[in-house]
Design a protein around this ligand. Sequence first.
Ligand code: SAM
Ligand code: SF4
Length: 423
Amino acid sequence: MAGYYIWTIGCQMNKADSDELATGLQRLGYRFVSSVEDADIVIINSCVVRQSAENSVISKLNSLLPLKDRNPDKVVALTGCMVDQDTAELKRRFPYVDLFLKPGESAALMELAGVRSPEPAQNIAPLPTPPSSFVTIIEGCDNFCSYCIVPYRRGKEKSRPVTEVFTQVESLVERGTREVTLLGQNVDSYGHDLPDRPSLADLLMELNSIAGLVRIRFLTSHPKDMNEELIQAVASLDKVCEYFSLPVQAGDDGVLQAMGRGYTVQQYRDLVEKIHTIVPGVAISTDVIVGFPGETEKQFQGTLDLLSATRFDTVHVAAYSPRPGTLASREFEDDIPLFEKRRRLHQVEELQKAVASEINARLLGQTVEILVEGEKKKRWWGRTRTGKLVFFDNDADRLGQLVEVEIEKTSPWSLQGVFKQAL
Ligand code: SAM
Ligand code: SF4
């Protein structure tokens, strides 16, 4: 049986795209192999949001050259945000790559894989799905934050019709999925480009009625586009989890303006307060960039102040990385030295470690509901509705079950508990 290998880096949308490609290849009779050497098809799903991610992709691509020399029949495909509209430069740098696919594009690969298909599609049994699956509901991004390459690589926002998403979720549930995470660079603007302009809240309401589905999540939200209708939907729909991913990026109005984010620190704080009022017990995660061009010590202090006051459950922090072609890389000098960016990054991490450690410690002794997603080192793991990672021991097969666990140990990153009962 022929095999495929996929290497994925970057955001959840890349992971969702890789899952789609894997499903397509399995339907054509390919099986997943865990090494590039054994694969007939090698897919590299790339990210160029920061230079560090781009460097990893380049070294992965370079490592494929000797392999392709030895096995010229091996198909090598590059997809994800490294693939630009114009692939001439990529073809020059990586001539041994057979296919360049824009994010979410799969037709050319499936056609080639089909021609070399080891087995006719009708012989393939339906594929099981994991307890928790990703479903893309809106592609692209119209925002053009000054530092970000994503809109240039993923194009304009394009929502998938409600019926199409509904059918996909129903089919995932039939095959074993119990939780879906709806994905988009900006899910709050879902539907604005569809004929009847459904909102994300409308979509959540529809999906909430699917029997067998127990949890619904969505990310990422944009603070300038989030409205009360959505927050109310999270509060009132039983399957929608009490969790928001709401990147703030900076805690200073001048920096936010230079980033082109479209809100002030005060507006962001008001929004968070509203979320806490309407959805009690909610968890909020955020993204922060440190060392944006011109960010002064005082402006950075604004970010630390915001993090201390808001007390997020999770903070994803990144050092600013100039991305060629973006407004920030054209107009602003990358003037914060690397050691200073690292110092700021470390300070955010230390602060957040203390905050998350306190937030999680409050769960000690409490019984929480977990959807079991897998097994790691002979321990079951899953997440609470608020997205907290929990480990517990149990001899029975708990995969895909909703269970109750009593928390007996906490850390800033995960929780340990004792199994109580299956729900
Ligand atoms: N759409 C989401 C949003 O509005 O924040 C996230 C998309 S972006 C692919 C994921 C994260 O990467 C961002 O939240 C930001 O913190 C970070 N990021 C994007 N461009 C960056 C850059 N040039 N340098 C450092 N971090 C960056
Ligand atoms: Fe990038 Fe901003 Fe779009 Fe997020 S909203 S993908 S940060 S341009």
